[in-house]
Design a protein around this ligand. Structure first.
Ligand code: SF4
Length: 325
């Protein structure tokens, strides 16, 4: 069953030179207990998409149907009741944690704000949460600056889980961490998902991270979805040149499996007052006149539940079918 349905969501910002289309007509469905990976380069709108869904910023238009109710139009007061169900884990735990609070106070904060029990009950829950995120009790009275990045991110995870959410936006939760710690935190997130039946939206620029934890993936380019697919299928075949380039950048540990890295060259279009044509046209090696002079291609289903937005999608289908892909 779908826990989250996002329909034609837009988030525009007025800037001095025009209107910045950060999220532009994004739609997808996310089933309960699943993980949706959201990938794309920095500035593609993926973090703004996450923040708009959980109303850290208000949408310009569109629907966010959570558990059957459109929460996009909720007032601040109405959304306050939904907030415990929809939480976020931030990229930089250091920046998102108040340096004046101890670990215990930081984890207790959401429960204090929502008045979830007596002082004793809250501190008992803090102990349980520290145990859940594998943060040793000896750190209970430490301050964030006394801990390493992995432990700080565990505080961020415990805070996000404090109010028993159903949906968690994980915004680049491991990209600021050392590689060895990244794996530990990813494993922890996966274990917690199983244990607590969480639904994740996992935002990252790193395709190798998203590969192992996503059920479905959406690829974003300048505020729009250019490809969406079940994760396994996307790693087998891609129909959009941008996805193809992103995947070619994943390091392959075997010499025989080595794939030529596709360099994305050319001019990046501006997200401010964008022209109604394919936004990847300035950087695409397959660009034709039509790509620059006709409206942006819509997402088209290329195989079951696999969609791509490209004028050359049929040609790509032929090539992949002939190659047996
Ligand atoms: Fe490239 Fe044209 Fe497809 Fe855009 S529509 S990705 S420019 S081939």
């Amino acid at each position: 069953m779908a826990l989250l349905e996002v329909k034609h969501l837009k988030k525009y910002f007025q800037v001095s030179s025009g209107i910045l289309h950060a999220v532009d007509d994004v739609s997808f469905t996310l089933e309960e207990g699943k993980t949706l990976g959201v990938v794309g380069e920095s500035g593609c709108g993926k973090s703004t998409l996450g923040k708009t869904i959980i109303r850290l910023t208000d949408p310009t238009s569109g629907k966010v149907i959570f558990d059957g109710k459109d929460v996009a139009g909720y007032s601040v007061k109405e959304f306050h009741k939904v907030r415990p169900d929809m939480q976020m884990i931030f990229q930089d735990p250091f920046a998102s944690l108040d340096p004046r609070l101890t670990v215990t106070e930081l984890i207790a904060e959401p429960m204090r704000i929502y008045k979830k029990g007596t002082k004793e009950e809250i501190y008992k829950r803090v102990k349980g949460l520290m145990d859940m995120v594998q943060l040793a009790e000896r750190f209970a009275n430490s301050y964030p600056h006394e801990l390493d990045g992995g432990r700080r991110q565990r505080i961020g995870i415990a805070r996000a889980l404090a109010l028993h959410p159903r949906f968690v936006v994980c915004d680049e939760p491991v990209s600021a961490l050392d590689v060895s710690i990244q794996a530990q935190v990813l494993n922890l997130l996966q274990d917690l998902q199983k244990e607590l039946k969480l639904t994740y939206m996992f935002i990252t620029h790193d395709m190798s991270v998203v590969k192992h934890i996503s059920d479905d993936i959406i690829v974003m380019y300048l505020g729009q979805i250019v490809e969406k697919s079940p994760a396994k299928e996307l790693f087998q075949r891609q129909f959009h040149p941008y996805t193809n380039a992103l995947l070619s950048a994943i390091p392959v540990p075997s010499l025989h499996g080595r794939k030529e890295k596709i360099l994305i060259q050319g001019e990046l279009s501006s997200p401010i007052n964008p022209k109604d044509c394919c936004r990847f046209a300035g950087r695409c090696a397959y660009c034709m006149e039509q790509c620059k002079n006709s409206p942006a291609p819509p997402l088209k289903e290329v195989s079951p539940n696999h969609f791509a937005a490209c004028h050359r999608v049929e040609e790509m289908q032929d090539v992949l079918n002939k190659a047996g892909g």
